[in-house]
Design a protein. Structure first.
Length: 195
């Protein structure tokens, strides 16, 4: 059974195992679908099942994903699921050595690139969504002058708000209330900068 907690990745080997473009895509797809087989994922990423299976095993070796309960009658295929509610990577866990800084930066850059790709696909297909969904979607940038403590508090409050909506949606999905529900990506970046 997957943990209901977010897993904080603090060791370099796990970070390096995750810092692979295909593994990150596979993890994201599992996170969205909650459970899938290597065959299902291979179809979504347009790769060979054997390659996808290899990368899933690497993610499992580091405890990032785990086997899920068997679905359906075909017992030959393994089902996979994320091993936790999500993953977090904190700067303070990787700032004490150049190799750690490089790996942490690589994961951040790759995550951003994949999120950016997802948003660009949304922009390209926005007109295919109903007016209701187009109106509900948003893209904003806020510029505020804050202290580090204020930014940390703001980040915590936003995460708590998003967690409440995620839990509500998950509970409704589990109850079979899926009418009108879609996957929604919410990307938020909060960082200091100097002009």
């Amino acid at each position: 059974m997957a943990s209901k907690e977010t897993r904080r990745i603090s060791d370099l080997e796990t970070l390096k195992a995750f810092a692979h473009p295909l593994r990150m895509k596979l993890y994201r797809l599992l996170y969205i679908s909650r459970q899938a087989t290597a065959s299902q994922l291979a179809e979504q990423v347009d790769e060979a099942v054997s390659l996808v299976s290899y990368h899933l095993r690497k993610l499992a070796d580091h405890g990032l994903i785990e086997e899920a309960e068997q679905q359906g009658a075909d017992g030959r295929e393994r089902w996979w699921q994320p091993a936790s509610k999500g993953l977090s990577f904190r700067d303070e866990d990787f700032s004490d050595a150049p190799e750690k800084v490089a790996a942490h930066t690589a994961v951040g850059r790759l995550s951003f690139a994949q999120r950016n790709e997802l948003y660009l696909r949304h922009l390209d297909s926005a007109q295919s969504w109903s007016p209701e969904w187009r109106s509900a979607s948003s893209g904003s940038e806020y510029l505020a002058r804050l202290t580090a403590e204020e930014l940390a508090a703001l980040s915590r409050e936003v995460h708590e708000l998003i967690d409440r909506y995620e839990e509500r949606g998950r509970a409704r999905d589990e109850a079979g209330d899926t009418e009108g529900r879609e996957n929604v990506a919410l990307h938020l970046y909060a960082f200091p900068f100097r002009s």
